[in-house]
Ligand binder design. Structure first.
Ligand SMILES: *Cc1c(COP(=O)(O)O)cnc(C)c1O
Length: 459
């Protein structure tokens, strides 16, 4: 008999363990008060299951730790650099690879060269650091995801797609003001939703017809390729790496956080084809990150990333990864918790607008839910709503399109029983959602306010 089983199997076993500390509800309440009700201000040792981000929080493999021993810390021309460059170019064959300490450094370099007042940079949805770096250059960041991508309940296999008509209309009207078109795969701020190969092909065709380069914000390229493999007509028999290479071939460059799919605890890069642009970017790199063969990274980091890139496109890993995230989201959906559907790749997004309808957007329903999840069960999540996106460059505050709370899943880090515990905690908080308070800020920093703001509950 050929049996098939439905249990989600982690395609690895545990080799080294980290202790988790259980806290009491009273300890968590006092930790929250001390943190100004901002979960970013908590000590991570007071957190049981940390779903704040999947960025840099994954577990490295045996082979990555072994690769670290090969790290060569020569200032220039280290063999670790050449291994890293070859691993990047194997999947993303751009002419120039520029290493950076993380993704936002690649963004800072790109937009300080291409941005500036009067410029407009479209994207399906700009991630928070991308938007901040575009705006810091004086340019305008435009989000153009398809309408389904703004509706938490709408079902669409590729809710991360960019609105091609809106893109074409922008380029027809203001082509000279658009130095680059960005496409974020998967669409992190829009629910971790994938972008289809057909949409990337069309965005590439439109951009190139107007003579504008297309750059990928490719942090979750492997998860996006897995969704293409699973959901897109005619793609199911292709190798994941082959899909990734086709996606890269449609673009002119990429920004990358290696803290996401490549299993790095740190790292990133900017890659591109244009020689003159690459030279300008390298000049900024040398000022801010380091020599072009290490960027902001140690040789050992470059080695770990080169190895991680080859593991990121493993079908066994991706099947488990996407399956485990869907298991969490589907269980919450069955328990009546409103979630963004379909379930994304790296995270489950709770719809705080639907769950906490009694809290107005400017009293931060997502923030309230994130605080409650920590208080109830030591689970740390991240608001992606009006706290993150509500403050406008002119100083006004407006509600964000969606009020989400992201449960981001670190890669290869938590077991299925940890996931079961999270399902219990979120379901319990959701049952009592009507009793949760709104919040007001008692301290607000000038930029990226969600990281360091402080709050107090209202009433
Ligand atoms: C994480 C992320 C970035 C920024 O990368 P960092 O390494 O955190 O600086 C940019 N875009 C997207 C879509 C991301 O998820």
């Amino acid at each position: 008999m050929d049996y098939t089983f439905s249990t989600i199997i982690e395609p690895f076993r545990i080799h080294s363990v980290e202790p988790l500390r259980l806290t009491s509800a009273a300890e968590r309440r006092s930790a929250l008060a001390e943190a100004g009700y901002n979960v970013f201000n908590l000590r991570s040792t007071d957190v049981l299951i940390d779903l704040l981000t999947d960025s840099g929080t994954g577990a490295m493999s045996r082979d990555q730790w072994a690769a670290i021993q090969h790290g060569d810390e020569s200032y220039a021309g280290s063999p670790s650099w050449f291994r890293f460059e070859a691993a990047v170019k194997d999947l993303f064959p751009f002419r120039h690879v520029i290493p950076t300490h993380q993704g936002r450094a690649a963004e800072k370099i790109l937009f300080s060269v291409l941005g500036g007042p009067g410029k407009v940079i479209p994207n399906n949805t700009h991630f928070d650091t991308t938007r901040a770096n575009v705006e810091a250059s004086g340019a305008t960041a435009l989000d153009m995801v398809i309408p389904e991508g703004r509706d938490a309940a709408a079902i669409h296999p590729f809710k991360g797609n960019i609105d091609l008509e809106a893109l074409e209309a922008l380029l027809a009207e203001r082509r000279d003001d658009v130095p680059v078109v960005m496409l974020t795969i998967t669409n992190n701020s829009g629910g971790g939703q994938p972008v289809s190969l057909a949409n990337i092909r069309a965005a590439s065709e439109i951009s190139h017809r107007y003579g504008v380069p297309l750059f990928l914000d490719a942090c979750r390229f492997a998860e996006n390729a897995w969704f293409i493999h699973e959901r897109e007509e005619g793609q199911g028999d292709r190798e994941v790496a082959d899909i990734v290479r086709e996606v890269a071939s449609l673009a002119d460059g990429m920004t990358m956080s290696a803290k996401k799919d490549p299993f790095g605890n740190i790292g990133g890069w900017l890659a591109l084809n244009d020689d003159a642009l690459a030279e300008k970017c390298r000049n900024v790199l040398i000022l801010t990150e380091g020599f072009p063969t290490y960027g902001g990274l140690a040789g050992r980091d470059l080695e770990a990333l080169a190895q991680g890139l080859s593991e990121a496109v493993s079908p066994d890993y991706l099947r488990y990864r996407i399956g485990s995230t869907a298991y969490l989201g589907d269980a919450l959906d069955r328990a009546g918790v409103p979630v963004v559907k379909p379930i994304g790749g790296h995270a489950v997004y709770l719809d705080a607008k639907a769950l906490l309808a009694h809290i107005p957007p400017l009293q931060y329903p997502g923030q309230s839910l994130a605080v409650a999840l920590y208080e109830a069960g030591g689970v740390r999540a991240c608001e992606i709503g009006t706290v993150m996106f509500g403050r406008q460059p002119d100083g006004s505050e407006v509600p964000a399109a969606m009020e989400l709370v992201r449960l981001a899943i670190p890669r290869r880090t938590y077991t299925q029983s940890h996931v079961d515990y999270v399902i219990e905690v979120v379901s319990a908080v959701a049952r009592d959602a009507a009793s949760l308070p709104g919040y007001r800020m008692t301290y607000e920093p000038a930029a990226l306010r969600h990281f360091t703001a402080r709050y107090e509950p209202i009433g």
